[in-house]
Design a protein around this ligand. Structure first.
Ligand SMILES: Nc1ncnc2c1ncn2[C@@H]1O[C@H](COP(=O)(O)OP(=O)(O)OP(=O)(O)O)[C@@H](O)[C@H]1O
Ligand SMILES: [Mg+2]
Length: 321
């Protein structure tokens, strides 16, 4: 996402302190209590991408260790460390030396811990026990249900939520202002719509959109996100339901060609669009059922153009009823 040597905005605007974390108020206040007492226990952060899990972990390390936080925090990613043995060895090496400063332990941040198998999680649990005196573990996972109970019961659990649109909006306006980017309502709303509570995605979209155009509007945002504009999709669906099959098909062709979209993405977008349209229940139910069927066919490898045309044909027939 970085343009040449320019900095990646998600890193540039990652808050250094817990106080500056956007949203997640309850989590932040509980974490601050740990940090203020310098009494960190093992923690588990769960929740969707781009909501502040890594950010909070780094902020904790910064406030515990100050300048020397990098030497006192080990960041690992369970999905690219090739197995629990590698993780255990890295923790062992890291825990071998005493922490710098007055805090008597170091911090291990293990990202994507839900990528570990159950057996690997058992081994991780033992590692957590072996190093209770010298290390505190912060585990991050998208789904807590994939983490075994013996680990969950050894951690204080924090459930991160998608960040509210109004908060993302404020943050984006701040970034836009600092970066001298023109950001008006339609562009901003499009970013919020696509990001769905994920602040990393939102900031990344703003950065790539502003690299393409001086003013970030709806057009640019959907183009850099490789998504069709919801109103184009809605128009296409309305045409098919309204009995204008050829026009609907031409519209779909142009959407797909202009945006270089994959069939799967188009179906996803049709799905979220029809849910927002004013369609009577009996029709909507049939449409949703049909979308499920065609999504499955495309995923199974059937020709996507053929399937999408067949889908439009179904919508057309449905409109006639
Ligand atoms: N709550 C937040 N407050 C401020 N900035 C945030 C927040 N959440 C995300 N960001 C922005 O998005 C970037 C990525 O956030 P972070 O690394 O904390 O996500 P994450 O929750 O760890 O996601 P993943 O599950 O993908 O690891 C940050 O560098 C920051 O710019
Ligand atoms: Mg993370």
């Amino acid at each position: 996402m970085a343009e040449g040597l320019a900095q990646v905005w998600t890193e540039k605007y990652r808050p250094n302190e817990l106080n500056d974390v956007v949203g997640q108020e309850e989590i932040v206040s509980r974490l601050k209590a740990f940090v203020d007492n310098k009494s960190l226990q093992n923690l588990m952060f769960t929740g969707p991408a781009g909501t502040g899990k890594t950010t909070c972990a780094i902020a904790i390390a910064r406030s515990l260790f100050g300048e020397s936080w990098r030497g006192n925090m080990l960041e690992l990613n369970a999905s690219d460390e090739r197995g629990i043995d590698v993780i255990r060895n890295k923790v062992k090496d890291f825990a071998r030396t005493k922490p710098l400063g007055e805090v008597p332990y170091k911090v291990v941040y293990l990202d994507e811990s839900d990528a570990l198998t159950r057996e690997a999680q058992q081994a991780l649990r033992r590692t957590m026990e072996d190093y209770t005196r010298t290390c505190r573990f912060i585990l991050s996972a998208n789904y807590s249900s994939k983490i075994i109970d013996p680990i969950q019961s050894r951690c204080a659990i924090f459930r991160f939520r998608p960040i509210l649109a109004e908060k993302i909006s404020k943050r984006l306006q701040m970034v836009a202002e600092k970066e001298g980017v023109g950001l008006k309502e339609p562009g901003l709303d499009s970013i919020l719509e696509i990001a769905q509570g994920d602040l990393r995605t939102a900031i990344n979209l703003l950065q790539s959109a502003s690299a393409t155009a001086k003013t970030v509007d709806e057009e640019v945002v959907y183009a850099v996100a490789s998504k069709a504009k919801p109103k184009d999709i809605a128009e296409c669906v309305e045409l098919a339901l309204g009995g204008n099959f050829r026009e609907a098909k031409d519209k779909l062709d142009s959407i797909m060609i202009n945006q270089g979209l994959a069939g799967e993405d188009v179906i996803r977008q049709i799905h979220s669009t029809v849910l927002k349209m004013d369609i009577p229940d009996d029709k909507l139910v049939t449409i949703l059922d049909t979308l499920g069927e065609y999504d499955f066919r495309i995923i199974e490898g059937s020709d996507e153009r053929l399937q999408l045309n067949a889908l439009l044909a179904q919508l057309y027939s449905l409109g006639k009823k």
